[in-house]
Structure formats: C-alpha cells, structure tokens
Design a protein around this ligand. Structure first.
Ligand SMILES: [Zn+2]
Length: 296
C-alpha cells in the first residue's frame, strides 16, 4: 500500500465492542519478547470477577513468575495460558510441570494439540478451541481468534474484548490478512510483532534458508509490514497504545523502528512502546476503553 492510497475500508463492520463500564479494569504487560522467549500477562477485574491469563509461555516459569511479581501480579492467580502456537520461544517445556502440579490450563487451537503434547504438556490440562468456529469466553474476557500463516502449523492471533477495553495480540504472523485487520480494527491496545529490518536481515550472516523462512510470508513481519498492518488496523479508530513485540535482537533495533514510525506514521509514533527481550514493559491499564495516564 503506498502512502497516498487510502486505507482499505472494512469488509465487515468492526466487531461489536462491549459496553464499557467504569469499574472494570484491564491490565496488560509484556513480560519478555524476542526469539529467545515470549510471554505476556493480562488481568481483568470487574465487580463480579477477576481473571488473569498468560499469552504464550515462552519464558521459563521462574523468569515469568519473577517478572510478574516485579510488576505486582500474583503468579498463583493465573488461570490459564492462551497459546498463539508451540514454537520453543512461545512454549517452554517447564510449563508441563507447572500445569501438572497446579492445574494451570493450557488453551490452544485444536490443530496445535499435537504440538502441545510433543512439548510434554499434560493431556489432562490441555483445552482446545476451533479458531474457525468463532469466539469464546474466559470469564470476563471475550476471545476472538484468527489463524495466520506461520511455518506448517500456523499461529493464532487474538482480540480480547472486555468491559474495560480491548487488546489485540498478533505475533509470528507470516502475512497480514484482511481477516486479521478486521479482527483487530478498533482495539484500544494493540500488541503486534515488528520482527526485523529488511536491510539488516539481508545483510546478516544468517543462512539463506533461514532468511527465506523469516521473509517468505510464513515467518515474521518486517518493520514495514507491521506499520502497514497498523495503518490499516488504525483506520478509522486509532489504538490508544501500540506495543511492538518480538523484535529480533540480531536484525532489528528500536532506534531503526522509531525512525521508521516517525517518518511513516507520525501521528501514532508517540503511542508506540517497545517490548524488551528480558525486561517487562510497564503495566498498561485500560478503564472505560481509555488508557490510564494517556493524554485525552
Ligand atoms: Zn516466535
């Protein structure tokens, strides 16, 4: 899409937002994100209930719990892990033991169940959903999934809709489909991968097969592809916050990404935060669909 071309109109009306209520709170933080490990936490608190989930479990349980405690989350309150897919950087073996001993549910697409079992995860604690059958509820969280091309098994992206606001979560997306744009359009907080700088990737010492895998439409999103996706998702309603995840440590740099955003999407650039490979982001809080601490 060129800079002068208007964004594509939605094929469908944006998914219905839940009525916002001022006493519900959504808290989201990325605990760590890179090709060496990915995990995020999301907690929703309403008058009636509270639900805390992890999005992917690609950090060790010890690192995950440490980062959660540092932010003020109670790891033991985690009800389940919602998996995008089962590559090693999204699903560490150590979570098999945590599930066996605590009953933590491991929720994934039905097509990913063999990969979850291959990771050693206990069958009794794996719960599956069919991403093509529509959404489902996890307590106060409405989950709407969408399948993306990524290697053989694909990944699942999520729209998490709550009374406090909505989060879009998309990582390891080989190519951005219209369905994914429509799913994420209108979210209040968008966490999306910005994996690599194309020039740095091409010049890297990585073997050709790996470069082809990453850039071939079944791997990851480049910085430019991420920006074009956000440009489409943000029309007409811009997210209050964008969190860029899964930056390559070898073939990307936040300074490169910042420069690109200020040239390509300057209106949104001040609302972009970066996940770090080993340090958690601050907690982003939504209430009534608004981001706490943001300028109105
Ligand atoms: Zn990954």
């Amino acid at each position: 899409m060129s800079a002068v071309e208007p964004p594509r109109m939605p094929l469908f009306a944006a998914l219905p937002r839940r009525a916002r209520c001022g006493h519900a709170t959504l808290e989201f933080a990325v605990l760590g994100s890179s090709s060496s490990g990915n995990a995020s936490v999301l907690r929703v608190t309403t008058r009636e209930s509270r639900r805390q989930i992890l999005l992917d479990a690609g950090l060790s349980p010890r690192a995950t719990f440490g980062a959660m405690r540092a932010l003020g989350f109670t790891p033991e309150d985690t009800a389940e892990v919602l998996f995008t897919h089962f590559d090693h950087d999204h699903a560490r073996e150590g979570w098999a033991r945590v599930a066996s001993t605590t009953g933590l549910r491991l929720r994934c697409a039905a097509s990913h169940r063999p990969a979850a079992l291959a990771r050693g995860y206990p069958s009794a604690w794996i719960e599956t959903f069919d991403p093509r059958a529509g959404g489902f509820d996890l307590g106060p969280i409405r989950v709407e999934p969408c399948v993306n091309p990524h290697d053989e098994a694909g990944t699942v992206s999520f729209r998490l809709e709550t009374d406090a606001g909505s989060v879009g979560f998309a990582t390891d997306v080989g190519r951005v489909s219209d369905a994914l744009v429509d799913l994420l359009r209108g979210v209040d907080l968008l966490a999306i991968e910005s994996n690599y700088d194309r020039g740095m990737q091409l010049e890297s010492a990585r073997p050709k097969f790996l470069k082809d895998r990453i850039m071939g439409g079944r791997g990851h999103l480049s910085n430019e592809e991420c920006i074009e996706a956000v440009r489409a998702i943000a029309f007409p309603d811009e997210p209050a916050q964008v969190v860029l995840i899964h930056l390559s440590r070898d073939c990307n740099h936040p300074d490169v990404v910042r420069g690109l955003w200020s040239r390509s999407l300057p209106a949104l650039a001040p609302r972009v935060a970066f996940a770090h490979h080993a340090l958690p982001t601050p907690i982003f809080r939504l209430r009534g669909g608004a981001l706490e601490g943001a300028n109105p």
